[in-house]
Write a protein that binds this ligand. Structure first.
Ligand SMILES: CC(C)(COP(=O)(O)OP(=O)(O)OC[C@H]1O[C@@H](n2cnc3c(N)ncnc32)[C@H](O)[C@@H]1OP(=O)(O)O)[C@@H](O)C(=O)NCCC(=O)NCCS
Length: 191
């Protein structure tokens, strides 16, 4: 289930974001408890999809926060959105992250009316690459050493899926675990 983040998510949020494996290819270092609280508070913000403002959501499995997904509207004019995500490695390998990201991407196309949804990632992030490829995203480019993250120059990959491509991919997603396809409150915080 995808739902709004709430203050009560702090314990699980902090646990996940303290894990060096989770933040390895994110901009953050492992978060302390205090940092995790600030991080979560920033992510509690809801409201209409304003360009440049990330909106993040909790992903629950068996009533437990297992990860988070979010989107940002990059351009209203060009109708481009971007998705982001991180998950607890304890729940790895079941397709749960893929399912949750698929829901977010689907929402970007159906509700936000995006024409194009992109994913940007550290080129070494193989699991993230695999996830986007699994959802029908195309690798469009590699930007060499275009970011300086945690003391080193990093290559960035850009993946994208277009509206008409998603219509083709979408029916095959019925094979993904069905439980997380229930999106609670899709409109409320996003419109
Ligand atoms: C990126 C990330 C979310 C990917 O997680 P993941 O566990 O690989 O993704 P999923 O939950 O979709 O699981 C995919 C695995 O489940 C398997 N799987 C099983 N059933 C599946 C199903 N029905 N559908 C899809 N995959 C399924 C896949 O084959 C794949 O197996 P593998 O681990 O042997 O490759 C995770 O590595 C992560 O949170 N990383 C840290 C944060 C991060 O880097 N975020 C991205 C920043 S760009």
């Amino acid at each position: 289930m995808i739902r709004p983040l709430v203050g009560e998510d702090l314990e699980r949020h902090a646990l996940i974001m303290a894990n060096p494996e989770v933040v390895r290819y994110l901009y953050e270092d492992p978060l302390s408890a205090a940092e995790a609280e600030v991080h979560l508070i920033r992510r509690l913000e809801v409201g209409p999809a304003e360009p440049g403002q990330w909106r993040n959501f909790a992903v629950d499995f068996n009533d437990q926060l297992i990860g988070e997904v979010g989107f940002v509207l990059n351009s209203t004019l060009h109708r481009e959105a971007e998705v982001g995500y991180f998950f607890d490695p304890a729940f790895r390998g079941n397709g749960l992250a893929s399912s949750a990201v698929a829901v977010m991407v689907d929402w970007c196309f159906t509700e936000l009316k995006a024409h194009r949804v992109v994913g940007r990632l550290d080129a070494r992030n193989e699991r993230s690459s695999a996830l986007l490829a699994r959802l029908g995203f195309t690798l469009e480019g590699r930007f060499r050493e275009n970011e300086f993250v945690k003391g080193e120059w990093t290559d960035e990959l850009v993946y994208a899926v277009l509206e008409h491509e998603w219509e083709v991919v979408r029916p095959s997603l019925a094979n993904l675990p069905s439980t997380v396809f229930h999106v609670k409150h899709p409109e409320e915080p996003l419109r």
